[in-house]
Design a protein around this ligand. Structure first.
Ligand code: CDP
Ligand code: CDP
Length: 202
């Protein structure tokens, strides 16, 4: 039976961490939809055209090892503002969401556009400063190539672009549970997501 968990929110809010934990706990398949936009952005960097790249995306494209960089995040949010790019990726995401056995998808528009009928919708957020600090620590902290301030500027620029685009802007679905993780440990954030899913399954 299909059961969809939609997890949206801004960069480094903890969407991926929560998604992986609930997927493991409930045996759901997990799709990090940001990877689709990162892969399109990376292909455009190779000289291809964004809409064509979105229409011909393959699993090899998703396996590139350069998709997690700050630059790839910026490239992703630029191509993600192109309606034809978004349209090219809708069907794959919807099919994934409705597979037997349940699925969790994390991104920006899962609860609003891709799966408005999702059984559970979470909007995971945290202050820009907390999120930038998490991303900076992931990049190595004091040993990172970028100072914290540069990561904060990058996070804010990307959030701004994602929230203000015309097509599928980042915003909570009206029926989403808002989960602010600014002062939550990973275990606490996961526990709240698990509780919301258990309540919906009961
Ligand atoms: O997927 P998204 O960009 O929303 O964030 P993530 O990759 O799941 O998490 C960003 C970083 O924040 C990771 O290094 C997590 O370990 C850390 N973190 C978290 O996810 N949740 C907390 N409550 C605290 C830290
Ligand atoms: O991990 P993080 O939250 O930093 O970013 P991501 O989820 O990998 O997404 C990268 C970019 O792809 C975002 O800044 C959005 O512009 C775009 N995206 C989107 O528009 N819609 C989605 N469902 C997922 C990502």
């Amino acid at each position: 039976m299909a059961f969809t968990v939609a997890i949206d929110g801004p960069a480094a809010a903890g969407k991926g961490t929560i998604s992986k934990a609930v997927a493991a706990r409930f045996g759901f398949a997990h799709l990090d939809t940001g990877l689709l936009y990162r892969a399109v952005g990376a292909k455009v960097g190779d000289g291809a055209e964004a809409i064509a790249a979105a229409n011909s995306l393959s699993t090899d494209d998703l396996a590139r090892d350069d998709l997690r960089t700050l630059a790839a995040g910026q490239a992703a949010s630029k191509v993600a503002a192109i309606p034809e790019v978004r349209a090219a990726l809708v069907e794959f995401q919807r099919r994934f969401a409705r597979q037997d056995g349940g699925a969790v998808l994390d991104g920006r528009d899962i609860g609003t556009v891709i799966c408005p009928e999702a059984e559970v919708k979470l909007f995971v957020t945290a202050s820009a400063e907390v999120r930038a600090r998490r991303r900076w620590l992931e990049l190595g902290g004091e040993a990172a190539d970028q100072p914290y301030e540069a990561v904060l500027a990058e996070v804010k620029e990307r959030d701004d672009r994602d929230m203000n685009r015309a097509d599928a802007p980042l915003r909570p679905a009206t029926d989403a549970l808002i989960l602010d993780t600014s002062e939550l440990s990973i275990d606490e954030a996961v526990a709240r997501a698990v509780a919301a899913i258990e309540a919906a399954r009961a």
